[in-house]
Design a protein around this ligand. Structure first.
Ligand SMILES: [Cu+2]
Length: 255
């Protein structure tokens, strides 16, 4: 028994040292993990600030700029901030149900009439949803921001179906009241090709309209169970809304 004691002692000490080393190591690993997550946090916070550029020449529809607000579709998270920067040579506004910018001066303006207005506008998104915005001054300019919207849902609400010559857009059940952030039209940003037929079908129990902000089309009241069709003309983004429930908005992108 006595002769075994030093061996047991040695084993105990060896185990204690081994545990000590491994816990020291795991401490080091923990420190490395913290560093990695800190780096990740930095990456995420840099993604938290998104920029949308109002392109040079955006105010003139004849310039046929496909994305006057660039990018026109943005996917972000709750808590993220978006900054619109006016790089056009005239002033602009950014208008939506959720927010309205003041008059944004041209970024490179030397004009004494700019009145010291800012050339950029920031908005922080505090809740999930689909946020459409457009320009009240130049109503053919529009964009959409998806805040924590699942990709599957975005696909559902932005169908891209090649060879589809009749694109259907649904005015869903209780669309004016079910969800204050939409979708009010499904898909909310329909992508179509020029000369495609677009049909809005009213699946709701009340009448709605699909009225282009530039008045390039206007369904007038579409009663439940009925539909309205038009032909997609002119490449670009066309924002539209319901004249009866103007917070109902959608966009059609014609390419
Ligand atoms: Cu409506």
């Amino acid at each position: 028994m006595v002769s075994k004691f030093p061996w047991i002692f040695i084993v105990v000490v060896a185990v204690a040292i081994a545990v000590g080393i491994s816990s020291y190591r795991s401490g080091a690993v923990a420190t490395m993990t913290e560093k990695t997550s800190a780096q990740k946090t930095t990456e995420v916070s840099s993604q938290n600030h998104n920029t949308i550029t109002i392109k040079q020449g955006a105010s003139n529809k004849q310039n046929k700029i496909l994305e006057p607000f660039s990018p026109s579709v943005l996917n972000i998270h709750v808590g993220d901030t978006v900054t619109w920067i006016n790089e056009d040579s005239v002033s602009h506004t950014v208008d939506s149900i959720a927010f309205n910018s003041s008059e944004l001066s041209p970024k490179t303006s030397n004009s004494p009439n700019s009145g010291g207005n800012p050339s950029s506008f920031k908005h922080t998104f505090r809740e999930p949803g689909i946020f459409l915005y457009y320009s009240k001054k130049y109503p053919y300019m529009a964009g959409v921001i998806y805040v924590d919207t699942e990709e599957t849902q975005r696909q559902l609400i932005s169908t891209v179906t090649p060879n589809l010559t009749n694109v259907k857009i649904e005015m869903p059940w209780n669309s004016a009241y079910a969800n204050k952030n939409g979708p009010f039209y499904i898909p909310v940003d329909a992508k179509v090709s020029e000369d495609n037929r677009i049909t809005w079908e009213n699946h709701d129990f009340i009448a709605h309209t699909a009225t282009a902000t530039d008045h390039s089309f206007d369904s007038g009241p579409v009663i439940p169970g009925h539909s309205f069709s038009t032909t997609a003309k002119g490449k670009g983004i066309i924002p539209y809304f319901c004249e009866i429930h103007p917070w109902m908005q959608g966009i059609v992108t014609i390419s």
